[in-house]
Write a protein that binds this ligand. Sequence first.
Ligand SMILES: Cc1cc2nc3c(=O)[nH]c(=O)nc-3n(C[C@H](O)[C@H](O)[C@H](O)COP(=O)(O)OP(=O)(O)OC[C@H]3O[C@@H](n4cnc5c(N)ncnc54)[C@H](O)[C@@H]3O)c2cc1C
Length: 415
Amino acid sequence: MQNYPTITIIGGGVSGLCAAITLKKAGYKTTVYESGARLGGRVQTDVMEGQILDHGFQVLLDSYPAAQEFLDFKALDLVKFAPGAIIFNNGKSTKVGDPTRDVSFLFATAFSNIGSIKDKLKMFTLSRKLKQKKLNDIFETKETTTLDYLQKAGFSDQIIQNFFKPFYSGIFLENELQTSSRMFEFVFKMFSQGSATLPAAGIQAIPEQLASHLETNQIKLNTTVSRVVGNQITLADGSVLESDYTIIAGQADRLVPNLPISNIKWHEVTVLYFKTTHKGFGKPIIGLISHPKSLSNNFHFSQDVFSDHENVISISVVKEHDYNENELASRVRMEFKEHAHIDLGDLIKSQTIKKALPSLKNINYCMDSTETRLTENVYLAGDHLSNGSLNAAMLNGKAAAQAVIDKIEGKVMVG
Ligand SMILES: Cc1cc2nc3c(=O)[nH]c(=O)nc-3n(C[C@H](O)[C@H](O)[C@H](O)COP(=O)(O)OP(=O)(O)OC[C@H]3O[C@@H](n4cnc5c(N)ncnc54)[C@H](O)[C@@H]3O)c2cc1C
């Protein structure tokens, strides 16, 4: 090893943290600069009135290969969601799920009216096919939209409207199923091979666990980087630092000009948290409102997941609308009464996340380490380089770190 190069990581989200961990494991010290007051980037949890409120409904799929590598699932005390959903429309509810993994879904799924028998058999066949399909093959398959993929696979409009649209709108954070079919296959495979989970303390336990591998003096919070040129980093307060190697683990277009990947568009979501006297479903499971005119999309009860003292329902709105907070809350209240016969109490909080998931075409599984190199000194990471998932964020952090290690240790030619 050469003598201790200065390595800077810009961004303390999951990707930046995984880059720092990878470098630490290889014997290198880094400094992480994070503009926010806490680590985690998009993965945050607030505790309000004793309630655990994640920033948006997001789940860790325990089948993610990168999560298995970077996280200690046991220490996270993961709560598993049932492999299915309860779908509400016009006061009626239908339960659907994978009966091969949770036998309680067998009867309900077989007799549900979400789609035809043919649809249900197709779903089963698709699950089997994607379990066997290798990740590399998924990301090499020609891309189309998810909607086109489902239609070509022969699924009926009925099951697309009743199940695929609300379920995948809650995951892709867009409601027309325009997301790449590669992402659909990847997510479907991950759901088929594992469970959607949440740490018992909320989603922020993930970056907290990652950060616990680092020294506290390696992390500089409330510190925004405004420019990166060669081996010089300018902070927002005007101070200039020297950095032999810099990993930008966030959107870099404001930091470095003329990037190959810039001006990314983002999907947004609004999440509303209401108190409710409803007892919940009795186990963690995703609820969906499938009515085509409903703004409310997916929801879950906090008591089912976190055993909070009072029940809170967290509802995601994905469709575009012109309502202000009060109007949206009234509309969602009305929809829950009409479609699910659920009374919503006080609104605790509503939160709109403008840059929730990158809207990407030509998505890939993750970057090869050589592709993360922007210049001799500057490397890129973040989910937005590949696909909007914790898995991609982790892998791209690791790839950028590996590229820096290879450069320092002379395994690559100076470009
Ligand atoms: C509502 C919602 C639902 C989601 N659902 C899921 C899900 O179910 N499953 C899943 O796998 N993924 C989900 N995701 C995506 C997942 O959260 C992201 O893929 C992941 O968090 C991205 O991590 P990142 O480190 O690449 O980026 P970010 O989390 O965006 O981190 C970038 C960090 O860089 C910092 N930063 C940026 N610029 C600067 C600067 N100039 N100086 C200093 N710091 C800077 C930012 O403050 C931020 O902390 C969801 C995301 C949201 C918001």
